[in-house]
Design a protein around this ligand. Structure first.
Ligand SMILES: Cc1cc2nc3c(=O)[nH]c(=O)nc-3n(C[C@H](O)[C@H](O)[C@H](O)COP(=O)(O)OP(=O)(O)OC[C@H]3O[C@@H](n4cnc5c(N)ncnc54)[C@H](O)[C@@H]3O)c2cc1C
Length: 308
């Protein structure tokens, strides 16, 4: 079985858009291929005429500061993100999330843009980016647009980029200000499954009195698409950092998410239990990040919960 006829390696975004549009049959963007090649092999993606490799486009590999924001090119690998000083400083939750993805071989080729574009509700990089308030920079034949990250997602594994002649150029989020910090936490099956049982990312800002004045919280898989919990964020705001009461936040978070039983990962019941476990751990870690001292991550292996 041939999964593709031609493998194209453009060096600019315009050239990539042109070859995507001109291919005589269906064509598809590929970056690290760690999701796409499995999708082709296992039949979730039909064979295509052309694979268009975007990793040779210099702009898509850039990580830079721009006008009070940080830009991470879609083809930046998780390994580069984890070691990049700009991201260590401005995006602790993203660095933590990317450091946990796969093993070193996967992280060396897999990209942040691929993690986002694959559109899974529990993709670790995506969940961290939601907490950072990220926007997506998308290029299409008509030009470029910058849209809120959440608006890209339509259904599990489907984004507004799917089946279109569109390229995710990169992700953009505000630089970290004073009294701001973030953390990521997840519970994972010990082996064999690439996506978390449950993950969570939290970004916080305190005012000068030590009160939480803004929060962004995302948990995945929290529904059919990656999303934030606005109700839980509202419950965090106004609380004193030295005495955060978790119960109301947890109730609001549980109302916002739709946790389901999945065949290879966990029951819905176990996931609701984990919601409280992760929340109780992530709040002090995010507050420690605000104080500039994020403690080392301690990933929880999930208990084996066999279902289906
Ligand atoms: C062993 C293993 C372990 C893994 N562990 C984890 C894990 O712990 N956490 C996790 O979240 N994921 C995990 N993954 C999934 C995967 O590695 C990540 O989602 C990765 O970031 C995907 O990036 P990629 O560059 O390989 O994407 P690809 O496979 O190249 O592409 C994925 C999808 O995105 C599209 N795409 C890619 N780049 C662009 C772009 N710039 N513009 C438009 N569309 C684009 C492709 O067309 C395709 O549909 C794992 C995978 C494996 C094989």
């Amino acid at each position: 079985m041939t999964y593709w006829d031609r493998y194209l390696q453009p060096t600019t975004v315009d050239e990539a858009l042109r070859v995507l549009a001109q291919a005589p049959g269906e064509s598809c963007v590929i970056a690290g291929g760690t999701d796409l090649l499995l999708d082709l092999q296992q039949g979730r993606q039909a064979p295509v005429h052309a694979l268009v490799d975007v990793t040779g486009i210099p702009e898509l590999r850039e990580i830079r500061e721009e006008d009070g924001a940080v830009f991470v090119g879609a083809a930046a690998t998780h390994s580069r993100i984890v070691e990049h000083p700009l991201l260590i400083r401005h995006a602790p939750c993203l660095v933590e999330a990317c450091s946990l993805i796969g093993g070193p071989q996967v992280r060396n080729v897999a990209t942040l843009g691929g993690n986002v574009s694959h559109g899974l509700p529990a993709a670790d990089g995506t969940i961290a980016l939601l907490a950072l308030g990220a926007q997506a920079v998308v290029a299409e034949a008509g030009g470029r647009r910058t849209v809120p990250l959440e608006s890209l997602f339509i259904a599990p594994g489907r984004t507004t980029l799917s089946g279109r002649t569109a390229i995710l150029v990169g992700l953009r989020f505000p630089e970290r200000g004073a009294h701001e910090g973030s953390a990521f936490h997840r519970t994972m099956r010990p082996q064999g499954v690439a996506i978390a049982i449950l993950n969570m990312a939290l970004w916080l800002r305190l005012d000068e009195t030590g009160t939480i004045d803004e929060a962004r919280l995302a948990a995945g898989p929290g529904g059919p698409t990656p999303r934030r919990s606005r109700r839980a964020e509202a419950q965090l705001c106004g609380q004193a950092a030295n005495g955060v009461v978790i119960e109301g936040v947890l109730e609001a978070l549980a109302e916002d998410v739709q946790l389901r039983t999945s065949a290879h990962r966990a029951t819905a019941e176990y996931r609701y239990h984990l919601l409280g476990v992760l929340l109780r751990r992530i709040v002090p870690r995010a507050l420690a990040s605000v104080a500039g001292a994020l403690p080392a991550i301690d990933e929880e292996p999930g208990e084996s919960v066999e279902v289906g």
